[in-house]
Design a protein around this ligand. Structure first.
Ligand code: PLP
Length: 442
């Protein structure tokens, strides 16, 4: 049964909402009541097409009954089991199935409950790996400006989105950042991967010269930064990053929390770019957004580097109560079945061209200063209003929501990533609502 509760009957005071302008929101709440396929339904019964797969996570579309059934079965059979010095079979099955779809060589899987936890886990593994393999001076972690790696202290520290850092003065020590690749002057309206900027990867050399390679543990980047407004990497950039990390013995971590599980028309961005990192952090689409879950995929080199010492000794003093939660594993296995049966991990590739053309058709609308796309990710960047960065983006977002389209914004950038079950007619519908709203916000 779907409950459609009118917003004005709701007590909104207690819920301190994440990443939300609470006071503004609570004056005029935007509330979803149910969801199916490509659509949400609001509490007042309006259908809203989902242009962002929830928060980049509902890759197989909403309301998948197979996942719900698997979750129910698991809850009735084994609701919880510890994974510290105990185990349960479904966790091993899930890890094996994930290893099967992972880029070659990244077949050791550590479970977490979110993207933030995956990031912090990968950073800790990188530090522990170097210590265990005789390079304990490698303690420095390198992120990238405009990166988003979640909200733990590790992820926040290597992250490079100013607002996510500024209020929290304390960061991890020994963190540095390479430059971002956002470059409207050279790359505005590039289709797919921008032509300019591969040389920005050489910033790793700058930090090596500054700090010494023997102090650097890992470089972490999103193959395609999402939360900062969808920034496809310049052609050749990630390849260069891989070469430089190899040259200097630095581990390369791809944060695939958004790009994992089919977003670019390949299972992972590592496949799309044919660049294999040493570790990959994931979450979101791993359970189709249904049950919190994340996973770090590690190479054999990294994993085996830590499988040393006496067999009775715990190799990595790290883990979460809910690592490999049986219900998350059940949801994840059901999700992987759907991805496989419906070919969703590669389906996006068939729509890339249509998606790209539909997005770029918005060029020329008022205030559109850039359009970016790769796989089934897309962004339309609007010129900020004078002295009100983000205001125009917010206005377009609210107007679209009122007229039947939901998506995320980052400042004045509209970021889109539809569920991978999207059809051309859905893309047409999204672009039609969006272009009207952009005109209205002129
Ligand atoms: C690249 C990336 N890393 C990490 C995270 C954090 O994930 P979570 O919100 O599940 O902690 C996100 C969330 O959007 C993300 O996009």
């Amino acid at each position: 049964m779907t409950v459609h509760q009118k917003p004005n009957t709701l007590q909104t005071d207690s819920f301190w909402m994440p990443f939300t302008a609470n006071r503004q929101f609570k004056k005029a709440p935007r509330l979803f009541a149910s969801a199916e396929g490509m659509h949400y339904t609001t509490v007042d019964g309006r259908k809203v097409i989902d242009g962002s797969a929830g928060l980049w996570c509902v890759n197989a579309g909403h309301g998948r009954k197979e996942i719900a059934a698997a979750v129910e079965r698991q809850l009735m059979n084994l609701d919880f089991a510890p994974s510290f010095q105990m185990g349960h079979p479904i966790a091993f099955d899930f890890a094996r199935r994930l290893a099967e779809i992972a880029p070659k060589g990244l077949d050791r899987v550590f479970f977490t409950n979110s993207g933030s936890e995956s990031v912090d886990t990968a950073l800790k593994i990188a530090l522990a790996y170097h210590r265990a393999t005789g390079q304990p001076t490698r303690t420095r972690l390198i992120g990238r400006e405009r990166g988003y790696h979640g909200v733990g202290f590790g992820g926040m520290s290597v992250g490079g989105m100013v607002n996510n850092r500024r209020a929290f003065a304390t960061h991890l020590p020994g963190v540095d950042h390479i430059r971002h690749t956002y470059d409207l002057a050279r790359n505005a309206f590039a289709r797919d991967l921008p032509a300019h900027g591969a040389e920005l990867a050489d910033d790793v050399e700058r930090l090596v010269a500054l700090h010494g390679a023997d102090t650097i543990a890992a470089v972490i980047v999103e193959p395609v930064p999402g939360s900062t407004g969808v920034l496809p990497p310049p052609q050749g950039y990630l390849q260069r990053l891989r070469q430089l990390c190899d040259k200097h013995g630095i581990l390369l971590i791809f944060d695939e929390v958004i790009t994992g599980f089919g977003r670019l028309g390949t299972p992972f961005a590592a496949d799309f770019f044919a660049v294999t990192p040493d570790m990959m952090t994931t979450a979101k689409g791993i359970t189709n957004g249904t049950i919190p879950c994340g996973a770090v995929f590690a190479s054999r080199k990294v994993h085996d580097g830590l499988m040393t010492g006496p067999e009775s000794q715990i190799e990595l003093f790290h883990g979460y109560t809910y690592s490999a939660h049986p219900v998350a594993c059940a949801a994840g296995l059901a999700t992987l079945d759907i991805y496989k049966d419906e070919g969703l991990l590669t389906r996006g590739a068939k729509f890339t061209e249509y998606w790209r053309d539909a997005l770029h058709a918005l060029k020329g609308l008022p205030n559109v200063i850039d359009i970016r796309n790769v796989g089934l990710m897309g962004a339309v960047e609007l010129a900020p209003r004078k002295d009100a960065v983000g205001a125009r983006g917010y206005e377009v977002m609210v107007d679209c929501f009122n007229r039947g389209l939901y998506f995320r914004t980052s400042g004045d950038t509209i970021a889109m990533s539809p569920p991978l079950i999207v059809e051309r007619s859905h893309i047409d519908e999204m672009m039609s609502i969006l272009s009207d709203s952009i005109k209205r916000a002129a």
